[in-house]
Ligand binder design. Sequence first.
Ligand code: 5GP
Ligand code: ZN
Length: 116
Amino acid sequence: MSDCIFCKIQLGQIPAKKIAESELAFAIADISPQAPVHALVIPKKHVASLNEMGAEDRETILPDLFALADRIATEKGIRAQGYRTVINNQLDAGQTVFHLHLHVLGGAKLKGGFGA
Ligand code: 5GP
Ligand code: ZN
């Protein structure tokens, strides 16, 4: 999608620190990290949010995102100690970039606080 930050990053039109890649996804370091490790795992296909996922994407892309998150956690040495995965879906959840992405946060004891 031409006006999407993450599509532009994928195409190399906006710089970002690439961390890892799989068949269906790539991962970058978040520009404003909320933890010592804060990766964004992003499907290569432009899907705006969870709400726009079709059944097939749900069965292929979502497992790929979590598999890549597992690999990143291993490579960053945070897997055993633990990490948090978050997908913000739509405005009430705080989604600001409308290209689906999985946050992977770790490397420290994370604060709680999910609800309203
Ligand atoms: P959301 O709020 O949509 O769940 O998360 C969007 C995330 O993308 C935020 O954590 C924000 O810091 C990150 N972000 C926004 N623009 C850029 C960018 O240009 N590069 C990188 N690496 N991260 C970005
Ligand atoms: Zn996009």
